[in-house]
Design a protein around this ligand. Structure first.
Ligand code: HEC
Length: 255
């Protein structure tokens, strides 16, 4: 038993030592832009103004880009691989799994300034040997690049929003609330003519029948035993799902 404990302590120590030595931190590779001065200004610029950092959720504003829901998933999905910008590899000292990691060194993102933001420069680089993510990985899509650009231009905040804060489910109307959801996400396949599965979501009778059978809620919540709708698409937003759910609970009225 004692021997076992000793072994455990030793291996934890060795593990910690290994982690210390594995994280390559080479200040020489960091961009010096952090301490750039604005022309005509002698003050050193701190690019990330922590006083405006906003980690508290606020109601979603469709004109805003949010770091937590819009930007972080792009970085995690395209940059935070082993050997690149995951917490262990931390290439160039950059860890792309959090806002803190991304902004640890000034110059990576410079609020309101695309030209000075190295992140933007790298993802739009024409020279493939310099582009991020590097080949053979694909470049970011134009939509992803535009989102990142807009986020930097809006101040590169650590912001997030709460869609449900502006989601009013107290009295849900079929005409005003639900019909637009089905028109946007469902009627291309469930319209008046030859609807898939025989379910017409362009009419109250079709929707209420699907609602009463339990299938409507099952397919949009991606519950076990139901196929996932919209077919091949992203799940409806939490607010849209809550609206449909509340409308069913309120009697699935033709209101
Ligand atoms: C791209 C086409 C497409 C879109 C968009 C789509 N569906 Fe479907 N839907 C289908 C097809 C195809 C089926 C039949 C699938 C099957 O039976 O395997 C189906 C079946 C269903 C069913 C019946 C499920 C069952 O178990 O019988 C419901 C309910 C449904 N869809 C609701 C929706 C809702 C709600 C939306 C929008 C949020 C939506 N669908 C969007 C193609 C689509």
């Amino acid at each position: 038993m004692r021997l076992y404990l000793l072994f455990l302590v030793l291996s934890v120590l060795m593990f910690m030592w290994a982690c210390r030595t594995e994280i390559p931190f080479d200040p020489g590779t960091l961009e010096p832009e952090t301490n750039d001065t604005i022309p005509g200004d002698t003050m050193v610029v701190n690019p990330i103004d922590t006083s405006v950092m906003d980690t508290v959720a606020q109601p979603c504003d469709t004109s805003m880009v949010y770091f937590q829901s819009d930007i972080l998933p792009i970085l995690v999905g395209n940059c935070a691989f082993a050997g690149c910008h995951d917490p262990i590899s931390a290439e160039h000292g950059l860890i792309m799994t959090s806002y803190e990691g991304l902004t640890a060194h000034g110059g990576t993102v410079v609020p309101y300034n695309l030209d000075k933001s190295e992140l933007y420069e790298k993802i739009t680089e024409d020279d493939l040997s310099d582009r991020m993510p590097p080949p053979p990985n694909a470049a970011l899509t134009q939509t992803q690049i535009s989102l990142i650009a807009k986020w930097i231009e809006q101040g590169a905040l650590n912001n997030q929003c709460d869609e449900l804060m502006v989601c009013d489910t107290s009295t849900v109307s079929y005409v005003a609330d639900l019909s637009p959801i089905f028109s946007t996400y469902c009627v291309t396949c469930h319209g008046d003519v030859n609807p898939n599965a025989g379910i017409n979501l362009n009419s109250y009778s079709g929707v209420s029948t699907a609602a009463k059978s339990g299938k409507l809620l099952g397919v949009i919540t991606w519950s076990n035993g139901f196929i996932k709708m919209p077919q091949g698409g992203n799940q409806l937003s939490a607010c849209n799902i809550n609206l449909i759910d509340a409308w069913i609970t309120q009697g699935a009225l033709n209101n």
